[in-house]
Each structure stands twice: as structure tokens, then as C-alpha cells.
Design a protein around this ligand. Structure first.
Ligand code: SAM
Ligand code: SF4
Length: 334
């Protein structure tokens, strides 16, 4: 699919054509990654952030947010909870917290690996090549760093004090170091066009990205983008569908941001090419302050109930919870 064809598909509002697109993506998902839905337990272990991304509620300029750091002992206990729930992968996510020295993160990774044997995914932003190598050597397996947008110009407007080229360089380093690497974008960023979205998809294909997070932009009232409109859910589904068709056997989550706008839409995303869900293991008294965008604390947090509900929902669409780590590389059809 070339850029013009992607733009044309994203632009279509013809109901039959949209239905056919989502159905084709669902079929491509079935053939390339099967019917299993892989779970990743996420722990949001700090909401301190040195950066000032104009869309994000964790930005350093947001003085209204109560900040927290979960102590290491408690993070390890939460990771044990992920393992005990039968989930093989933990995702450790945080703002770019200056307290997270390389040594601290390496020690934490080592302790979680020793205690749980889980596949460890980090999502703590832009670091140096040497940091990424040290994390890998300590036991990290995967890294999520959404590129946010393929447009350097739009990136500059959203991040006046950081550099698009560096973010893409980080993704190249992560691939080079052998991480399963995640990127992704927000749909509906102010100033974004369908051509930007097409470029996002083509960029991820060119970088051979393994995990792709696509979610709507949701305006946060304590950020400079508070007056902007939220991303359109149908467009998010179309971007997921085209991404599945273009990238084959990647892992694509039905993102929390989608569920925050519409709890029912998660199943629609799973029927439009997605194959991953990330249940949140952050205790609610922390999670309510991990307010990237509003609506997150409405996502239920009783994990046993979440998993039981999920199993039932998946059975209703002939899908099942995946066993094992659900990585991309080991698939025979790669
Ligand atoms: N600090 C790390 C980073 O930026 O890569 C990881 C945490 S950050 C909160 C995770 C993701 O949240 C970002 O990559 C961004 O796509 C998403 N995000 C931030 N603000 C958002 C908003 N207002 N609407 C939707 N997603 C948002
Ligand atoms: Fe910090 Fe990540 Fe939010 Fe940017 S998106 S302000 S780096 S937490």
C-alpha cells in the first residue's frame, strides 16, 4: 500500500468501504498473529517528568498534579502480582523522572527479573545509547517509545524543547540493541493531517517496529492543548486497521486511551487489527495521579474482575487470552 492509497483509505467515510477495511484488517490479524490476545501488565511507577510535552498532564509545567514515586519494594510486589495473574510480561512506565538514574533502573530490572522471571518492557522515555545498553544487560527485553508523530514540524510545535531526530535515533538504537521495540502515535493531534498519519504508518514499517500503540489524543484541562478536540474514534480504528495491513505480524494494543473515551471500543479495536491488551496493575491511589489525560481513573482496577470480564468478552468474539510472552520474533510466519 503506498502513501496515496493509505491517505485515501483513511479519508473514506463510505460506510461499506470502512466496514470492508476493518474486516480485511481483522482477517490479516488472524492470518499473521492468530486469535490470541496477549496481555501485558502495566505498572506506572512514577509521574514525575522533566519534559513539557504540550499534550500531557504529567508535563513539568503542570503544577496542579500531585506527584508520586512507587518505592522499589512495592514495584516488585506489583510485578509479582502480574506474574500471579498468569501474565508473562510486565511494562514499567513513567515520566522522564530525574530520580531514575541508570544504576537505579538497572537494579530494579535485575530485582524484578530475579523475583518473577517476567519479560520486562520499559517505557521511561529518551535515554542515551549507553543507558539502553545497560538496561538490556540488566534484563530488560522490550522498550516502548512512541514516536508520537512522523512530522518533525508538528513534533517541534508539541515539544518546543526537544528534538524529533533524537526520538527517532532512540528507536534505531533500541532496535540495534535487540529490544522488541514499540513506537506509535496519537490520532487527532491539533495540526495533524491524514498525510501525517500515513507517514506515521510508513515510518513504523521502515523502522521495522515490533509493537505499535495507536490511540486518540485526549485534551487535558491543565495543559496548553486544553481547548483542542479529542481524536475521532472511527479514525483511530481506521489507522489501526491500515497499520495491521501494512505491518503484518506486529503486536498492536487496543490502547487504554481508546477505552478512556469509550469502554466498548476496545472490542472494536480487537476486531480491526489489534491483538494486545494492557491491564493496569498500578494501585488506584497512585493511578489517579497518573493523569496523562482525563478519564483514566474510570478504567476499573480490580484486576481479577478485569481479567474475568475480558475472558468473557473475548469468548464472545471467538478470541482467547494468549499464553506465554507473545513476542513478535519467535513467530514462524515472521
Ligand atoms: N514518558 C514516557 C514517554 O513519553 O515516552 C512514557 C510515558 S508517556 C505518559 C506515554 C504516552 O502517553 C506518550 O507516549 C503519549 O503518546 C501518551 N499521551 C500523553 N499525553 C496524552 C494525551 N493527552 N492523549 C493521549 N495520549 C497521551
Ligand atoms: Fe513526560 Fe512522557 Fe508526558 Fe512527555 S509524554 S510530559 S515525556 S510523561
Amino acid at each position: 500500500m503506498d502513501r496515496d492509497e493509505i491517505i485515501r483509505l483513511l479519508a473514506t467515510t463510505d460506510a461499506d468501504e470502512v466496514r470492508a477495511l476493518l474486516k480485511a484488517a481483522d482477517e490479516a490479524r488472524r492470518l499473521s498473529v492468530g486469535d490470541e490476545v496477549h496481555l501485558r501488565g502495566i505498572i506506572e511507577f512514577s509521574n514525575h517528568c522533566a519534559r513539557n510535552c504540550r499534550y500531557c498532564g504529567l508535563r513539568r509545567g503542570n503544577k496542579a498534579l500531585r506527584r508520586y514515586r512507587i518505592p522499589d519494594e512495592e514495584i516488585i510486589e506489583l510485578a509479582c502480582g502480574v506474574r500471579d495473574a498468569g501474565i508473562a510480561t510486565v511494562v514499567l512506565q513513567a515520566g522522564e523522572d530525574p530520580a531514575h538514574t541508570t544504576e537505579h533502573i538497572c537494579r530494579l530490572i535485575g530485582r524484578i527479573k530475579d523475583a518473577t522471571g517476567l519479560v520486562i518492557t520499559l517505557s521511561i522515555g529518551e535515554r542515551s545509547f549507553d543507558d539502553y545498553r545497560a538496561f538490556k544487560d540488566s534484563g530488560a527485553d522490550r522498550y516502548l517509545l512512541k514516536h508520537e508523530t512522523a512530522s518533525p514540524e508538528l513534533y517541534r510545535r508539541l515539544h518546543p524543547d526537544s528534538d524529533h531526530g533524537n526520538r527517532i535515533q532512540c528507536l534505531r538504537w533500541l532496535k540495534q540493541l535487540g529490544y522488541e521495540t514499540g513506537a506509535g502515535n496519537m490520532v487527532g493531534l491539533p495540526g495533524q493531517t491524514l498525510a501525517t498519519l500515513a507517514d506515521d504508518i510508513l515510518l513504523m514499517r521502515a523502522l521495522d517496529i515490533d509493537m505499535i500503540g495507536i490511540g486518540p489524543f485526549i485534551p487535558h484541562p491543565d495543559t496548553p492543548l486544553k481547548g483542542a478536540a479529542a481524536g475521532d474514534l472511527e479514525l483511530v480504528l481506521k489507522v489501526i486497521a491500515v497499520t495491521r495491513l501494512v505491518t503484518g505480524n506486529t503486536n498492536i494494543p487496543a490502547t487504554t486511551a481508546l477505552a478512556a473515551l469509550d469502554p466498548e471500543i476496545r472490542l472494536k479495536a480487537l476486531a480491526a487489527g489489534a491483538n494486545v491488551i494492557m491491564p493496569d496493575f498500578t494501585p488506584v491511589h497512585y493511578k489517579r495521579h497518573y493523569e496523562i489525560y482525563p478519564g483514566r481513573s474510570g478504567v476499573p482496577s480490580d484486576i481479577a474482575r478485569v481479567l474475568a470480564g475480558l475472558e468473557k468478552d473475548l469468548a464472545g468474539i471467538d478470541r482467547r487470552i494468549g499464553k506465554g510472552p507473545g513476542d513478535r520474533k519467535s513467530r514462524s510466519n515472521d
